[in-house]
Write a protein that binds this ligand. Structure first.
Ligand code: PMP
Length: 359
């Protein structure tokens, strides 16, 4: 059976060459006579792999030397708790932008530990947008300001990094490595692996050294940024296979020409798709153009009763995982780095045919 074009929001499609290399190396990795899953995480080749993965992230993202790079357990969701538990220091409040579903999750977790000041919320009268920073109710005494750079479910993305005085913390789960970012503008960036750089199991945390405070003695070891940093992310046995897959994805990306090269492709994919959606009112996207996500495009069919048929017909021509998140319905097209431009071309062709036959 051929592989389909997979528009899944996550776990998401991996680059084809990466899957092929995994297949080829499955029985014997790196002349070990065993797979990468069957050797010690403290063995020489595994430690070398971890070093390479960190170095490749540093190169791709231009991470300054005063930032630590950690690979942590618990998905992006664990970070929702680790942030306040590690970064609060002697402060008692944190600022959050409530930009959508994932911001709300982060807020709910942070509320267990401290006062959460919601500085602004996504405006959901159409077109969806976020108010300018000058209108946010910022608290200069908060430990940090958190925002979700790309809201995977609503398809809303920040074009610009907010300019604020306190350390900026951002969830980059659904956009990391898709476009250039200036890491030095942030106190901390985190992202789960299973959308843009691998498979579920590790979470990338990039944290500025001076923000790592001594946390409460009650905080478990694996959730301490300081300890994880000291131990090279090896406080316990790390998920070695996800780290290996990440290594392959990063080499693939470097081989393509890094972020500049992939960003150009990503921009083309998103522009084409939005242009087609906007070409008439058969399909409609609720987000203001400057807030539209380059990674997750959401839209509804003007006649919602056609949605299920749209998904079924798409699947029949090899376009899979188009269904919008259960909380919002409609269609969601996730187009992370590994989704080739030809997938978007074929999708647009399908959408045009579907419109013609049902419109
Ligand atoms: N943040 C964002 C923006 C996400 O899209 C997701 C997952 N879809 C998460 C956090 C949660 O990630 P995880 O399931 O790895 O905890």
């Amino acid at each position: 059976m051929p592989r389909h074009y997979n528009f899944s929001a996550g776990p998401a499609a991996l680059p084809q060459p990466v899957i092929e290399q995994m297949r080829d190396e499955l029985l014997d990795w790196n002349d070990q006579g065993a797979s990468v899953m069957e050797i010690s995480h403290r063995s020489e080749p595994l430690l070398a792999l971890l070093k390479t993965v960190e170095a490749d992230f540093r190169e791709l993202l231009g991470i300054p030397d005063n930032y630590r790079v950690l690979f942590l357990p618990g998905g992006a969701t664990a970070q929702f708790s680790m942030l306040p538990l590690n970064l609060l220091g002697d402060k008692s409040s944190v600022d959050y932008v409530n930009g959508g579903y994932w911001s709300q999750k982060a807020i709910t977790e942070a509320e267990r530990y401290c006062d959460v000041n919601v500085v602004t919320s996504l405006i959901t009268e159409q077109p969806f947008h976020v108010a300018p920073v000058s209108e946010w109710k910022l608290n200069p005494d908060s430990a940090y300001l958190h925002y979700t750079s790309n809201e995977t479910i609503e398809g809303v993305q920040f074009n610009n990094i907010p300019d604020v005085e306190i350390p900026l913390v951002s969830d980059f789960s659904s956009e990391i490595l898709s476009r250039e970012i200036d890491v030095s503008r942030f106190g901390l960036i985190y992202a789960c692996a299973q959308k843009n750089f691998g498979i579920a199991g590790i979470t990338l945390v990039i944290v500025r050294e001076d923000l790592i405070h001594q946390p409460s003695p009650l905080l478990p070891s694996i959730f301490r940024y300081g300890l994880q940093s000291e131990k090279g992310s090896l406080v316990n046995t790390p998920p070695t296979f996800p780290i290996y897959v990440t290594g392959l994805v990063l080499k693939w990306l470097l081989g393509l020409g890094g972020i500049t090269a992939i960003e150009a492709v990503n921009r083309r994919k998103a522009e084409k798709l939005y242009e087609f959606i906007d070409s008439d009112d058969f399909y409609c996207n609720p987000v203001a153009p400057e807030w539209r996500s380059m990674m997750n495009a959401v839209f509804k069919l003007a006649d919602d009763s056609l949605t299920a048929d749209f998904i079924t017909q798409a699947k029949a021509v090899g376009l899979i995982n188009l269904k919008g998140h259960r909380s919002v319905g409609g269609i969601r097209i996730s187009m992370y780095n590994a989704l080739p431009e030809s997938a978007i071309d074929q999708l647009i062709e399908f959408m045009a045919d579907f419109k013609q036959s049902r419109g």
